[in-house]
Design a protein around this ligand. Sequence first.
Ligand code: C2E
Ligand code: MG
Ligand code: MG
Length: 363
Amino acid sequence: MHMASLAEPGSLVARVGGDEFIIWIPGAREKQPIETFAKELVDTLSREYEVRELAFHSSASIGIAIYPEHGSNAEEILKNADAALYEAKRSGKRCWRFFEQSLQDTAYEQMQLLNGLRNAIANDELVVHYQPQIAISKMRIVAFEALLRWKSAKHGNISPAIFIPLAEKSHLINEIGAWVLQESCRFCRRLINAGYASIRVAVNVSPRQLAVADFIEVVQAAINSASIDPSHLEVEITESVFIETMDDSVEKLMLLKNLGVHVTLDDFGTGYSSLTYLRNLPVDTLKIDKSFIDRIAEDATQSSLIASIIEMSHVLGLTVVAEGVETNEQLQQLRECRCDMFQGYIASRPLPEPEAVKLLQTG
Ligand code: C2E
Ligand code: MG
Ligand code: MG
């Protein structure tokens, strides 16, 4: 199917890179016909295709800006169509959105943040904090999760829940991700030098990072330059990794696992969450999301659900970590459910390195 054959005669269809296209319809000012065209385009592009007997699904999102209502020159029109496109993508696949002023405000804010983030490494504004993971049977710290912090001179302290998704929209996530990996491996080396040779460090890895061709080399380089054993490193991934690029992700995680790196599935319980499909995935540890843990102490159904998740995970040979444990009651429940490890404010918040080391010393 050619996009050009769908567009009105006189339109211009251009590929601007990757999977992004621009369609210019000269003289189009009325919303109604544009909307009809957008719908037709999305429907056509969201079909199933057959290529060499394999079924492929694709989908499309569209952002629309109309001249002169939404911009007075080509540059502004393109920028605003792009802001509308982000909004369309945010609303889910197979959507189209017209530009609105409120989008410009958020788009502008995000652009400002993204520019700040671009210089954050060079300006020493990024720092990694570490939150202990504790083995429930021995009540001893066995690992730390590396959690990135951005202390922006211009924007103040920004939560990773905000700046990580922003970095993920650009290639910046790869640079930042590589830096976190290096920094975490160096932290691990310093722990070994201080006499703590068996503590693992877990690093969150975005789907976008894993998708990059040289991801394994990036991990290997971080391990080598800190001269630690691969078994000291753990990568945390989320299920979306498997949903988006199943084969490639599985292959890469398998390579990591063969190197000796530990692989953890983060945020279990928030997404697709099927234990049966875990069976065929190269995962060592399951991390149960905080939203699942929250009600464990009050809600009997919830705690038996978690108990059976843990039991099944053990059958599959997986270790289970509970995330976001805040109360003694929750911890007690988890112990009864035979959960292996926990992490949460009840033990400690994520800490700057010196305090994390102090915590190891005091136990
Ligand atoms: P996550 O990997 O699921 O990390 C757990 C989040 O829960 C962290 O938030 C942690 O501070 C918080 N938390 C831990 N225990 C408790 C608790 O008892 N109560 C409550 N209310 N919260 C608790 P944080 O540090 O804000 O990070 C948010 C998310 O940002 C992370 O979720 C992770 O997805 C992402 N992230 C953080 N650092 C990185 C990074 O270096 N790379 C990537 N790709 N993502 C990162
Ligand atoms: Mg995590
Ligand atoms: Mg999590």
